[in-house]
Structures are given as C-alpha cells and as structure tokens.
Design a protein around this ligand. Structure first.
Ligand SMILES: Nc1nc2c(ncn2[C@@H]2O[C@H](COP(=O)(O)OP(=O)(O)O)[C@@H](O)[C@H]2O)c(=O)[nH]1
Ligand SMILES: [Mg+2]
Length: 311
C-alpha cells in the first residue's frame, strides 16, 4: 500500500495513521500524519468521531484507543459522543446574556471528570458592564482554571487565547446560546465562516440533518473542534462524587483532609471543607454555591434511581 504523498484526489486510497478531521455522516475525512487527507466511507452509526486516531488499512478504519471522550446529553436525555482526544474545554460566558447560576461550576466539573482541562473565556468585554463581571469571575475561578477576558467583536484579548492554544492544545467551546461562541470561532479561525446569531441546530427546523463536525488547525498552533449544535447543548450530568472531587476551589484543600474519603462536604462528621468555610478560610459564597449544586445533583440521582427501580 502506498504511503500518502498527495492530497485526497489520488486514485489509490492512502494508508497509514492519522486523525479524523471531519465527519460527514457517511464518510469521514482522515488527516494523515504527513498532512495528506482522504475520505473514507463509514457506516452511519460507526461510532467514529472527530479527533479519533485511526489507522487506514485499505477501505477499513481501525480506531486506536482514545485518551479522552467528550459527551453531551440531548434534550431527551440521550447521551452522544461529541469528540475524542481533546485536551482542553473552553467554557464561554458573557456579561449579557449571563449563563444560569452554577453553569460554570458544573461545566468545570464535567470537563475534569472527562479528563479535559477546563478554561474560562469571558467574551464581550467591550460592553460597559463587563468590568465588575470579569472581576467577580476572576475572584471565583482564577485560582482554579485559566481565565481569558476578551472580545470576539473587537479582537481585544484574543492573542492570549491564541497563545494558549499554540502550546499544542486541542479543544472545543461550550456555553449557552448568545454568549458569542460562533463569533469567537470565527475570530480565531476565519475559514470556518460560521453564521453568527443563527438559530441553534435544535430549533432550526430542516437545517443540517447531517451534523458536520470539523477539526481546524489554528494559525499559531493548536486545534479547535467545531460541532454545530453541540455547543449549546448540555454536557452530561455530573454525579455527586464527581462534584465533590472536582468543584472549582476545592483543589486548595489538601486531599485526605476530611475524615471520610467519599465525603460530600455537607453534614459528614470531620468535614474539612465545612470547617474551613465556617471559619472564612474557604469563601462562604463558593461553599454555598457548592451545596446548591449538590442538592440539585442529588435530586437528579434520586429520580434516576427511582426510574431504574421502576424500569
Ligand atoms: N458586544 C459584543 N457582542 C458580541 C461579541 N461576540 C458576539 N457578539 C454578539 O452576540 C450575539 C451572539 O453571538 P453568537 O456568536 O451567535 O453566539 P453563540 O450563540 O454563542 O454562537 C451576536 O449578536 C453577536 O454579534 C463581542 O465580543 N462583543
Ligand atoms: Mg453559535
């Protein structure tokens, strides 16, 4: 079998190892290690996703083990694999519209639970009301994740984010509708040419029955995955143990501080987190937010248990 030496047009399908750089439903584009690309037919539910490392042998794709998997939950509760082998997940927020309470915390926990390093992008910093919003988010999260205040519209602050990706990170963005994710992707990678302010995939009837996911190489280095419709969907639900382990701010508390290893940091005896919060050594508002999210997560867990018993 020929080693790939020319782009996808050659008659012989190239062979070798590479990465899935686009998914068209019935075919995937493989980008080989030497930069050549080719289309390979796949079954509609082949399970391949953008970011998968593959070996092409003839017409057959052999998938290599994944380092990470990013999943989302759709409006009906179905879980879908979105991308493989990402390193970082950008959580995008803006001063207007602001995400719902607890959104950033839960996204950070979901990313960490999937072994992705989360970072926070605060878009629309050109708006007059941005400064206090940035200050509050920095106070809450700067000790836990990288924070990038920027404006996709004016370009201010984009360089720092480009430099972050240039370290060799492969990532994707999540965030609620209207915070400027499409604008940000366009600003970082103009060839994507996304529609800004478009209806989201879910409510936009008749559009894009085949979701097309693509992997883009940024000019300064690093890669971005764009999966239309994904960004506005929910990440998979987090479990109470994941929340207790990954809640932003808890990194400061040395492991093993609580009496019980599986401490949920609520009413367990010998809970170091509760003690630190009650003496002001851990911010009381951050602890209160944790408890609110824990309540909500436990309600969902109880509902799922109930459904499981019935079913
Ligand atoms: N003022 C300001 N508006 C922005 C910025 N980025 C995006 N927008 C606007 O915010 C709206 C939503 O942007 P869009 O990229 O579609 O958000 P998405 O739903 O997260 O993909 C559009 O009207 C954009 O023009 C920014 O940096 N500053
Ligand atoms: Mg969008």
């Amino acid at each position: 079998m020929n080693q790939p030496s020319s782009p996808a047009s050659s008659a012989d399908p190239p062979a070798g190892s590479g990465i899935i750089s686009a998914h068209h439903g019935v075919a995937v584009e493989v980008r080989f290690d030497n930069g050549a690309r080719c289309l390979v037919r796949v079954k509609r539910r082949s399970g391949h996703v953008v970011g998968d490392a593959v070996r092409v042998v003839g017409e057959v794709l052999e998938r290599l083990p994944r380092r990470t998997e990013l999943r989302r939950r759709d409006a009906l509760g179905g879980i879908h694999l979105v991308a493989a082998n990402l390193d970082v997940l950008g959580i995008v927020v803006s001063p207007a519209p602001q995400p719902p309470a607890g959104f950033v915390d839960q996204a950070i926990v979901a990313a960490r639970a999937a072994d992705l390093a989360p970072f926070l992008v605060i878009n629309k910093c050109d708006l007059a009301l941005a400064d206090p919003y940035v200050a509050a988010l920095r106070a809450a999260y700067a000790g836990s994740v990288p924070v990038f205040p920027l404006s996709a519209a004016s370009g201010a602050g984009l360089e720092a984010l480009r430099a972050f990706f240039a370290c060799g990170h492969r990532g994707a963005f999540v965030g609620t509708t209207g915070v400027g994710k499409s604008s940000l992707l366009n600003a970082l990678c103009p060839e994507i040419d996304l529609q800004v302010g478009e209806l989201n995939e879910y409510s936009g009837k008749g559009r894009n029955t085949t979701t097309l996911s693509t992997l883009h190489t940024l000019h300064d280095g690093g890669e971005l995955i764009d999966t239309p419709g994904f960004q506005d969907f929910g990440l998979v639900e987090i479990s109470a143990p994941e929340l207790a382990l990954h809640y932003p701010g808890f990194e400061q508390i040395p492991p093993g501080s609580c009496r019980f290893r599986n401490c949920r940091h609520r009413s367990e005896p010998g809970c170091a987190v509760r003690d630190l919060a009650s003496t002001g050594q851990f911010p009381a508002d951050r602890y209160a937010t944790y408890l609110e999210i824990l309540d909500a997560v436990e309600v969902v867990e109880a509902q799922n248990r109930y459904r499981g018993k019935k079913g």
